[in-house]
Design a protein around this ligand. Sequence first.
Ligand SMILES: [Zn+2]
Length: 261
Amino acid sequence: MALTSIRPEKLADAVARHIQELILEGALPPGERLLPERELALKLDVSRPSLRDALEQLVDRGMLMTDANGACYVSDKIGKSIRDPLMHLFDDARGRFDCMEFRAVVEASAAGLAAERASEADRDEITRCFEKMQAAHDAGDVEAIAATDGDFHFAVYGAAHNVMLLQVMRSLESILRSNVYLNRRNLYEHRRDRDEQLAEHRAIFEAIMARDAARAETASRQHMVSTMQTQREIHEEEQRLEAAIRRLARHELLATPKGKR
Ligand SMILES: [Zn+2]
């Protein structure tokens, strides 16, 4: 009797831990719907009460959400508490620099770890992302290039197999993506060579495929250095433009500009 009363609870804990790991590792992405309880219980080979208990634990922890019909979803609010207050910090140039600088720190390590740890599935995913990026480049589709750029980097974070790294980057995803996008858009309106950008990603891609961690780190670092350099140039250009506009506005505000009349 004692055994049966303890066992379901322990099993539920184990099931909860297992599902939580899948969520934190990114195998179950935010917003994804889980199988119906009956099927899930069969798949995991556990009783429905144990499964229900496990799911309830995860709902309490905010990892899962249920809808009115009782369907279970992976919460899309995981990491929101990190993301939301920070969002506003990234509206200006300073925030964007800091974001890139932080990325530069993480990015190289992530690429190195990915080179060492990527599973076959990870390698397929990184390859798929790189090929899509290449196609976007070929088509000259700036939005697709920005999206695939983000996808590529997230595939690398996933392949690094470090739960902390992936979750921190996930929680910053919208910031990082808007950052990638802003850079991209500016990039094409400015001087930077598209081929150069693709070549930087190719270098990272090939090093990871070759399982060469040192080369992957170097390639990744180079990508971030040149991206930050571009951002600096864009920022300086924007500031010059802004100063010019300010001067113009002040000048035009004068009823009788000096030198005239
Ligand atoms: Zn990139």
